[in-house]
Design a protein around this ligand. Sequence first.
Ligand code: CYC
Length: 182
Amino acid sequence: MLDKFSKAVVAADAGGKYIGAEEVAVLKGYITEGNKRLDAVNSITNNAACIVSDAVSGMICNNAGLIQPGGNCYPNRRMAACLRDGEIILRYVAYALLAGDASVLDDRCLNGLKETYIALGVPLDLTGYAVGIMSKAAVAFIKGEASGSKADFKHGEQPQGDCSELASEAAEYFKRVGSALS
Ligand SMILES: CCC1=C(C)/C(=C/C2=NC(=C\c3[nH]c(/C=C4\NC(=O)[C@H](C)[C@H]4CC)c(C)c3CCC(=O)O)/C(CCC(=O)O)=C2C)NC1=O
């Protein structure tokens, strides 16, 4: 598992080079923007149950066969496994956003997931659909645009500054989940 710092070290070492000025500038930005990143991670974590349950129920509303006999969310044991998987995926996206690097998501969550899902008959396309909803919700929370998200800020403050880069970064991690399952 890597983060922005160890990734820079690994890349420099692979080329037998020192950490260059360009890499240092990137790491400086990571530090100066660090509080924003922590807020973004928090906005996902604090709203995780909402993000996951909304995505899974949205998926089921549009695919009611999932909860009927023969569907992959039937019976309750499978429904619970699906919600749990949503939580797992969101948690690893939050880790990746904190680290500023996708390797924790790749290595510990996505590695082998497609094969596992195929073996169990978990529909890949519908998982991707639910992940897409989670992505939109997480982006809205990071930007402070989700309804009710103001509750995350003290005294009804609006989020300060521009979190759109962090929101796009989070969206990239969700996209990575989609690609790993397609
Ligand atoms: C550390 C990372 C990690 C991941 C990612 C993980 C995933 C994971 N999901 C599983 C099952 C499952 N995953 C789902 C998920 C779904 N079914 C649907 O129809 C939906 C599309 C979708 C939810 C969005 C279901 C229903 C099962 C149970 C399948 C079965 O037992 O038949 C299983 C098989 C074992 C089990 O049932 O617990 C694993 C290993 N486990 C891990 O430890």
